[in-house]
Design a protein around this ligand. Structure first.
Ligand SMILES: *[C@@H]1O[C@H](CO)[C@@H](O)[C@H](O)[C@H]1NC(C)=O
Ligand SMILES: *[C@@H]1O[C@H](CO)[C@@H](O)[C@H](O)[C@H]1NC(C)=O
Ligand SMILES: *[C@@H]1O[C@H](CO)[C@@H](O)[C@H](O)[C@H]1NC(C)=O
Length: 183
């Protein structure tokens, strides 16, 4: 009796191992495997989507549970935190994103890359809160249809290495810190 139950445990264990192996193979063979992200970050991304006007249905993949495999989203391979949002559109693709940029971005505490280039925000002011995204290394706002001041606080962020604001007309008041910005 004792042996039989140990045998059962071994069988169960082997079955478990084979599942794990299938999982590993799946994620190796497919870089966009369904990686589950934290519910908090998924909700933040859903709120960001709600604010956007997405006529071309670019964000159609932003519905499933595994938000790391959503279009434009990059997660850290180990921690699974969302580290990248790339909403950049190829100029030829058409149907640019517009609407509003949600403050829910601030709930993504591990965000390092934010690329909003080639969109059509139609004169929306550059949100001041972008300056509060500490940890941001890359920010691309070029040709996104944004206007206004570049948040001064961005210049104080030591983590920021790339800032692209091509196509945005700046107030001269802003130019002092930007010209002292050394990536
Ligand atoms: C995660 O791993 C893939 C493939 O191994 C690699 O291409 C990608 O750059 C990694 N992403 C991060 C955020 O480290
Ligand atoms: C965003 O995606 C575009 C292509 O769709 C690519 O050219 C660009 O380098 C990406 N940006 C980042 C920060 O990964
Ligand atoms: C910002 O995005 C534009 C358009 O997608 C691209 O041409 C440019 O190289 C990007 N800037 C940086 C610093 O990556």
């Amino acid at each position: 009796m004792e042996r039989k139950s140990i045998g059962d445990v071994v069988v169960l264990w082997l079955w478990f191992l084979s599942l794990a192996t299938i999982n590993i193979q799946f994620s190796l063979s497919d870089g966009t495997s369904d990686v589950i992200c934290s519910a908090r970050e998924r909700r933040a991304l859903q709120r960001i989507k709600q604010g956007l006007v997405d006529q071309g249905n670019y964000l159609s993949s932003w519905t499933r549970e595994a938000c790391c495999s959503w279009k434009g989203i990059g997660c850290d391979n180990i921690t699974r935190h969302v580290v990248k949002i790339n909403l950049s559109r190829e100029p030829m693709e058409g149907a640019f994103l517009g609407g509003d940029i949600s403050t829910s971005l601030l709930d993504l505490n591990h965000l390092q890359y934010l690329d909003l280039s080639w969109n059509s925000f139609e004169g929306l002011q550059i949100p001041e809160f972008l300056g509060s995204l500490t940890g941001l290394r890359y920010l691309n706002l070029s040709n996104a249809g944004l206007t206004g001041d570049v948040p001064r606080q961005l210049g104080k962020q030591s983590s920021l290495q790339y800032l692209d604001i091509g196509g945005i007309s700046l107030d001269t008041e802003n130019l002092d810190w930007i010209s002292s910005f050394r990536p």
